[in-house]
Every structure is written in C-alpha cells, then in structure tokens.
Design a protein around this ligand. Structure first.
Ligand SMILES: N[C@@H](CCC(=O)N[C@@H](CS)C(=O)NCC(=O)O)C(=O)O
Length: 221
C-alpha cells in the first residue's frame, strides 16, 4: 500500500496520524503544504480544504479520526477494542479530544487577557471530564496504546509547550489526566511525531495569530 500524508507542519490533527504511523512502523511519505497558500492540487483533493489527507494508492481519505481507524484496521494488530460498545466509546472520546483541541486553540490564540482566562477555564472544565473514564480504565487496552492515546497526545503536547512559553498558560488538570499526559509525552512515537523545531514553529504561529499569551517578551504582557 502506498501511503502519502498531506500535512501542515504544526497541525495537531495530522499529528495523530503520524503518531499511529510511527507506533505501527508503517512506511509512508509526508508532504507539507502551506495552509496560508494551499496548492491547487490540494484544494481539488480535499473536500473540506483541511489537512490531514491520506492518499492511499492515489485514493483520498480525509478526517483524522477516519484515517486513524483506517490505518489501525489495515495494519494489524488492531488497537481498537473488540467489544462494539467499547469501540464506540473510544470513537466518542476521540471526538471529544477534537473538541478539546479546538478549546485549547481558542485559549492559545485569544488576543486579550480576559478572553484568555475565560477560554482557559473552559478548557480546564473540559479536561476534568476525562478523569472519570480514565480512572475507570476505559482507554487502556492490552497493547498499552489506543487510538484515543494517539488522538489526544497532540493536545497534551500543545498544553505543555504553551505553558513553557508563558506560565500563565499553565492549565490545571486532575492528577490522572496529568499522569496520562506525562506518559504520552514520554512515548517515542509522540516525541517523533513533530519536526525538531516544533516549539519555535508553534510559537511563531501563535504570534502570527496575535496570541496574548505569546505577545511581546513572552510574559503575556
Ligand atoms: N475535523 C478535521 C479537522 C482538521 C483541521 O481542522 N485541520 C486544520 C489544520 S490543523 C486545517 O486544515 N485548517 C484549514 C482550514 O480550515 O482552512 C480532522 O479531524 O481531520
């Protein structure tokens, strides 16, 4: 199978696929595009105008959660639960992780202090909801890594870097969620899922969006 992932260097949704490709050691190519000036061929292929796209022997797949499931099902052993209810629950929490990514993006790109504080609080409330399913072991499987892990790790990475850029961005997480984040950020597939200069690129992106947290001297003031 010939696989080409169409990427934007700091996109968390693309990063999910890269994590899984690395976790499963699947051969693939990556093509980076500039989302500010997307090439015509990309606009022709992507119905939503968004990355990731996975080109599979020339056919086009879009939506990161669909790409994750496709890769998992095509390259055994599978990481999804065999039980249909549990499998559906994993899918549901992957959707939830997408909403969390949007909430974190809203906080990171807020252009004033008041909005930043408000968005941070919303993100913290949403993160707290992960505690219960996590403590019940919903996301664990025999392989020690699930598609929920792949879907949420990019969120934890952005939360981590944003707090490094500005300590006012330090997001409160219940202990089980913080532990989960720590475990995932240690994982080789996660660490190797971004370019070496990811932190610089992420910060430059936020500055370009007029982020209050990344303004000026980096102190947020
Ligand atoms: N629901 C999509 C979201 C993907 C997404 O939002 N990608 C962003 C980059 S991180 C994008 O391509 N944005 C371009 C645009 O909205 O025009 C998925 O999970 O694949």
């Amino acid at each position: 199978m010939n696989l080409k992932l169409v990427s934007f260097a700091i996109c968390p949704f693309v990063q999910r696929s890269v994590i899984l490709l690395r976790e499963k050691q699947i051969d693939h190519e990556i093509e980076y595009i500039d989302l500010n000036d997307p090439p015509e061929w990309f606009l022709q292929l992507s119905p939503t105008g968004k990355v990731p796209l996975l080109l599979v022997d020339g056919a086009t797949l879009f939506e990161s959660s669909v790409i994750l499931a496709f890769l998992d099902e095509s390259f055994p052993p599978g990481l999804q639960p065999a039980d249909t209810l549990r499998r559906a629950q994993h899918r549901a929490w992957i959707e939830y992780a997408s909403a969390l990514l949007m909430a974190q993006h809203a906080m990171a790109t807020a252009s004033d202090e008041e909005t930043t504080v408000e968005k941070k609080q919303l993100l913290e409330e949403d993160l707290a909801r992960l505690s219960e399913p996590l403590s019940e072991g919903l996301f664990t499987n025999q392989a020690g890594f699930s598609l929920v892990d792949a879907a949420i790790a990019p969120l934890f990475m952005r939360i981590h870097y944003l707090a490094e850029f500005n300590q006012q961005a330090d997001v409160k997480m219940p202990e089980p969620v913080r532990d989960w984040s720590g475990r995932l950020l240690q994982r080789a597939s996660v660490q190797q899922s971004v370019l070496a200069d990811f932190a610089d690129r992420y910060k430059a992106f936020l500055v370009s969006k007029n982020s209050w947290l990344c303004a000026g001297d980096g102190s947020g003031n």
